[in-house]
Ligand binder design. Structure first.
Ligand SMILES: Nc1ncnc2c1ncn2[C@@H]1O[C@H](COP(=O)(O)OP(=O)(O)OP(=O)(O)O)[C@@H](O)[C@H]1O
Ligand SMILES: [Mg+2]
Length: 308
């Protein structure tokens, strides 16, 4: 549904987007991840026809965006990183304004506006002025706005930035709902743990280049991230460490006051072996549980040495 081929954007002597190849399937949520200045906004602005690429192509729903600007704009909903300020405008006026801008017939505007207000849970704020809304509500209004013309593709530039945890969860739920409705969603962020739960695929961009692209599950082995477990024993932790360190399948044993953290060599999963080793030595095992590795850690590993 969204594709870029050798997409490149040069500003003076800076290559903001450098030979970028993306492929996003219909119905997917794609997380576009990268630190500040990586080229996320520039890529998105090209996709939504606001900027011409220096080289390469961007294709949305089979249309080359440089050649079919008008058609592409009907297919996409773009939420920029900064929303304009519209003092005094009421929420429903704001949405009706955009409905008019999309040439939606006057007779249909009201019901369409009602529909997006309901979807984004903003009915109660219908008559409030836009600038009186909290940041979380403004972000939801931003989403309501891009849904007005019922686009197939949503391109959202950091929709969760500056939101508190509750508002972030609300946005996440809304994105899940939009996915259920069949939309293809590209969403950028540098808050990685946030995307981890909702994205089908992620692409990590740095200095305009795609350094990784794949599913969250694929990211772990690719990065050589080791599966970790936590082991707790009632006493004699030293003995447990000694025994576990001797196992050839184990990559590293780290100790903490209350538990032992063990990482396995790639492809090894030996919870059972750990339990047997400890029990056979008559050690009292309290718990063996997996440790979650967050995408944030993966990101740090991946970009280590690349970020300056
Ligand atoms: N219009 C422009 N003219 C010159 N340089 C630009 C322009 N727009 C962006 N850049 C530069 O291109 C690079 C990529 O910027 P971009 O805004 O795409 O990054 P980003 O990944 O969206 O970052 P952030 O996380 O801060 O939003 C930056 O170095 C930026 O300064
Ligand atoms: Mg940006």
């Amino acid at each position: 549904m969204i594709e870029t081929k050798h997409l490149t954007k040069v500003f003076g002597n800076l290559t903001a987007v450098d030979d970028l190849n993306l492929f996003i399937k219909q119905g997917d949520i794609f997380g576009f991840i990268g630190p500040n200045g990586a080229g996320k906004t520039t890529t998105m602005r090209i996709l939504v026809t606001l900027m011409e690429p220096t080289r390469g192509h961007a294709i949305i729903d089979g249309l080359d965006v440089s050649r079919n600007g008008q058609k592409v704009r009907r297919v996409i909903g773009y939420m920029p990183d900064f929303m304009g300020v519209y003092d005094d405008l009421k929420v429903f006026e704001y949405l009706e304004f955009f409905a008019a801008a999309f040439s939606i017939e006057r007779s249909k505007r009201k019901s369409i506006v009602e529909g997006v207000l309901e979807l984004t849970d903003l009915q109660s704020k219908k008559a409030a002025t836009v600038d009186s809304l909290s940041r979380g509500m403004q972000q939801r209004l931003g989403l309501a706005r891009v849904l007005i013309h019922d686009p197939k593709v949503l391109i959202l530039d950091e929709p969760a930035s500056g939101l508190d945890p509750r508002a972030r969860i609300e946005i996440r739920e809304l994105l899940r709902e939009l996915k259920r409705m069949g939309k293809t969603i590209m969403i950028s962020s540098h808050i990685l743990s946030e995307l981890e739960e909702i994205c089908d695929h992620v692409g990590i961009i740095e200095h305009g280049q795609l350094v990784y692209s794949g599913t969250i599950e694929e990211i772990r082995p690719r990065l050589g991230i080791h599966t970790k477990v936590r082991v707790q024993v009632a006493d004699n932790q030293e003995k447990a460490i000694e025994l576990l360190s001797a196992l050839p399948q184990i990559h590293q044993v780290q100790t903490n006051k209350n538990y032992i953290s063990i990482s396995f060599k790639e492809g090894e999963n030996i919870d059972g072996l750990i339990a047997r080793t400890l029990v056979n030595a008559n050690l009292d095992v309290i718990a063996i549980q997996p440790e979650q590795i967050k995408l944030d850690d993966a990101f740090l590993q991946l970009t280590k040495g690349i970020v300056h």
